[in-house]
Design a protein. Structure first.
Length: 314
């Protein structure tokens, strides 16, 4: 495989977890082409956790990278302060050269300051959404998403949403099988639906409410069957209205949208791992017909099931 160079640009005041996420996911593995370098303006970078870390490269590595990732940083102000001009120049140049530019959490402020997000949709941690919107009016801020994919420019919401975004990039690059294998190693969900609304502080749940994770697990084992809202609510032992409300609170999305995402994920795995016809894949994942599967593939992935299989079948 052709080497894909990933530069993780650690700014002063970097959040250690934000940095560790891409470092772990894009770590060199036999089945991946990634070569990852942690970069900074100097040989050491201060973190928000009270310790410093050594960097392996500088802005020359950023300029040479195929993917540049800026983890969140909090150098003592809200919103985070504007990075040095040479950092902004390197990010702008990466964008101009058609490289993939990515931010995790408040790293979006660096991309916005460099002009990388001008005219695009983007997101950041829910606590900093207002600041991003107010300080960079040329950016369309999406408030209730885990990440935003604008092709070569991608931004994630707070901290752990960086896992969702990085796994999404692996899935885009190498397919669902590799992404799922890495997710299992992290003990992370291969793909989460929903948005940040589920993490914004909310009133205490009513007494007696319990997680719907059991019902979601039950549904994942029956994706090829008709699954109505009434059937899901019956399994959970609540009314459809209560089920809808609690499901949205736990996942940030609706049951039907969650089911669609799960079924598309199942279809991708079947296309990669079996030689079943597109009609059979559509039935096995619960989307019914090949025409329906093609419709959702086009809407969600901007490709066809056949083209997807051709790209990711090894």
């Amino acid at each position: 495989m052709t080497t894909h160079r990933v530069a993780i640009l650690a700014l002063d005041g970097v959040t250690p977890l934000d940095l560790a996420i891409p470092a772990q996911i894009f770590n060199a593995r036999p089945e991946t082409p990634y070569e990852t370098t942690v970069c900074g303006l100097g040989p050491k970078v201060a973190t928000t956790a009270g310790f410093s870390l050594d960097t392996e490269g500088g802005l020359d590595h950023v300029r040479a990278a195929d993917t540049v990732i800026v983890p969140g940083y909090e150098p003592g102000s809200e919103p985070p302060v504007r990075p040095p001009g040479e950092v902004l120049d390197a990010l702008a140049q990466a964008r101009e050269r058609g490289r993939r530019v990515v931010s995790i959490c408040t790293g979006a402020f660096a991309l916005a300051a460099a002009g990388v997000l001008d005219g695009l949709h983007a997101t950041t941690h829910w606590m900093h959404i207002d600041e991003l919107e107010e300080n960079f009016p040329s950016v369309t801020v999406d408030r209730d998403v885990l990440y935003v994919d604008e092709g070569d420019v991608l931004t994630s919401a707070g901290v752990c949403c960086g896992i969702d975004l990085c796994l999404h990039l692996v899935r885009r690059d190498l397919g669902a099988i590799v992404a799922n294998r890495i997710a299992r190693g992290l003990v992370a969900a291969p793909h989460r639906d929903g948005g940040q609304a589920q993490y914004v502080p909310a009133p205490v749940a009513e007494a007696g409410e319990t997680s719907l994770s059991g019902t979601r697990g039950w549904a994942l084992g029956r994706l090829d069957e008709p699954l109505t809202l009434r059937a899901l609510a019956r399994h959970a032992g609540v009314s459809p209205r209560t089920f809808m409300r609690r499901f949205a609170a736990e996942t940030g999305t609706t049951p039907l949208q969650w089911l669609l995402g799960a079924r598309l994920g199942r279809a991708r795995e079947l296309l990669e791992t079996t030689d079943h016809s597109v009609d059979q894949v559509a039935r096995d994942c619960g989307l019914g017909t090949a025409a329906n599967l093609r419709l959702h593939f086009r809407r969600t992935l901007d490709t066809t099931p056949t083209a997807y299989r051709r790209t990711f079948t090894r």
